[in-house]
Design a protein around this ligand. Structure first.
Ligand code: MV4
Length: 451
């Protein structure tokens, strides 16, 4: 096992990883920007090293500076967390070329999944269901017209190098296709340096359901069931849960098997997530794979009992998974509410100083956060400041538990989206599990008009 890990991240995920290291008897190295001198991850790690000025481009994205920190502290491995450099295959390669262990999948797997056209080709060969549409890249408007007619409108044009909602255009008719196609190509070229685009049938009322997988370096791959991630706004998830209230046992088995097949196709090592869209008739299609640990991993940890960060580290060190698929059972229900320092209904970030912080606690409530009373939230990074995660035997009980946890939470000095969570947890459609990826935006519009 490693003796020392450098955590190439900040905020609650850096704290989550430092805590896992401490429990495993591994020394941790924090890196921090000039804006994060008083951050929790800087204080909690065994060592901390400043890597640059506040802007991410000069600190948490600054590869030479991070590598210098790793060399200086003799770190044996780097955990990238999520965001920042977590899905940067070049960074993974540089880490490995420096003789440092990369806590994540192979750069090859990251490259295939980072390129949506390549990813879809690999998924097709693995028998994972794909959204009907183009077979690979579409390079001309004439070709786009043929593909769109075949799929039927509406269609969606997506950048191959995009993902997470970036670089997409929905097209409702052939009259609108040419300009949307050209615009998508042009924007993709400017944003990603790759103007490759492809076309899919646009699914109108899907749910976003994702499968957690875990692989080791000995060819073992298991799934840890699914998460329901439909409650989002502008591709920012607000509340996630496991399992999905929409799945029956048979559909669960099929989608989880598809997740394992997807991971196997790229010899996946570590924790990964396969994203699917699911229609109301329960047909589902692969859209992309995230080759990192995700924000919402605690809901999966709670319903499976498996510590995902611990296993990311153990498999990176070469340990085999010490359990089999049959050993993993789905236990109860878990919900995560993301607490953001932002205006709850206008979604404008509200950084500032936290005058008072009181975290909820009690039975089966977990809080992953890096804030404390007196902490000043810097304006340079993400607005997510805490995750409240609850577990119970049933979804109904879990909702009640989350309602009381959200009521207990007290954050003074900065505006947060606590009230949004209070209202969402009380919403009848949410309580009935009756929602899709468009629900939150529609409901917010309704709130705007009727209070
Ligand atoms: C889609 C889609 C409908 N049809 N693809 C957005 C994020 C990226 N992962 C893929 N996305 C979508 N792809 C087809 N063929 C709708 C979305 C989408 C979405 C997906 C998941 C979660 C939230 C979303 C919000 C808007 C659009």
């Amino acid at each position: 096992m490693f003796h020392k890990i450098l955590v190439a991240n900040r905020g609650e995920i850096a704290v989550r990883i430092i805590r896992a290291c401490r429990e495993l008897g591994i020394r941790s190295v924090a890196i921090y920007s000039e804006a994060d001198r008083d951050a929790m991850h800087t204080r909690l790690a065994d060592e901390a090293i400043c890597i640059g000025p506040a802007p991410s481009s000069q600190s948490y994205l600054n590869i030479p500076s991070i590598m210098a920190a790793a060399e200086l502290t003799d770190a044996e491995a780097i955990h990238p967390g999520f965001g920042f450099l977590a899905e940067n295959a070049d960074f993974a390669e540089i880490v490995m070329a420096s003789g440092i262990n990369w806590i994540g999948p192979s750069p090859q797997a990251m490259r295939i999944m980072g390129d949506k056209v390549k990813a879809k080709q690999a998924m097709k060969e693995a028998g994972v269901p794909l959204v009907p549409g183009s077979n690979g890249a579409v390079s001309s408007i004439d070709e786009a017209k043929i593909v769109a007619r075949e799929a039927g409108y509406p269609v969606i044009v997506k950048a191959s190098a995009g993902g997470g909602g970036r670089g997409m255009k929905v097209v409702h008719s052939e009259a609108a296709l040419a300009s949307a196609f050209s615009m998508c190509q042009r924007e993709a070229g400017a944003a990603f340096g790759d103007d490759t685009v492809f076309i899919e049938k646009f699914l109108e009322l899907p749910r976003h359901i994702e499968v957690q997988v875990l692989g080791d370096k000995h060819g073992n791959i298991v799934h840890l069931f699914e998460r329901e991630c439909s409650l989002q706004r502008n591709n920012q998830k607000i509340l996630e849960e496991a399992p999905s209230p929409f799945l029956d046992g048979e559909t669960r088995e099929r989608i989880c098997a598809a997740g394992v097949a997807a991971a196997r196709a790229v010899d996946y090592v570590g924790a990964g997530t396969i994203e699917f869209l699911m229609n109301p008739d329960k047909s589902f299609y692969f859209i992309e794979m995230n080759t990192r640990i995700q924000v919402e991993h605690p809901v999966t940890e709670w319903v499976t009992g498996i510590d995902l960060i611990e296993w990311q580290i153990r498999v990176a060190a070469g340990e085999p998974l010490d359990f089999k698929q049959e050993d993993i059972a789905l236990n109860g229900h878990a919900i995560e509410c993301r607490i953001n320092a932002e205006d709850p209904f206008r979604f404008i970030p509200c950084p500032g100083t936290i005058e008072l912080y009181h975290a909820p606690g009690g039975r089966s409530v977990r809080v992953d956060s890096a804030i404390y009373t007196g902490y000043t939230i810097p304006p340079h990074y993400d607005s997510m400041i805490a995750k409240i995660i609850g577990h119970a035997r049933t979804r109904e009980k879990c909702i009640r538990r989350m309602q009381r946890a959200i009521d207990e939470l007290a954050i003074l000095g900065v505006t947060t989206n606590q009230e949004l969570h209070r209202r969402l947890l009380a919403n009848p459609a949410f309580q009935q599990g009756d929602f899709n990826i468009h629900f939150l935006e529609g409901w917010l519009r309704q709130l705007e008009h009727h209070g």
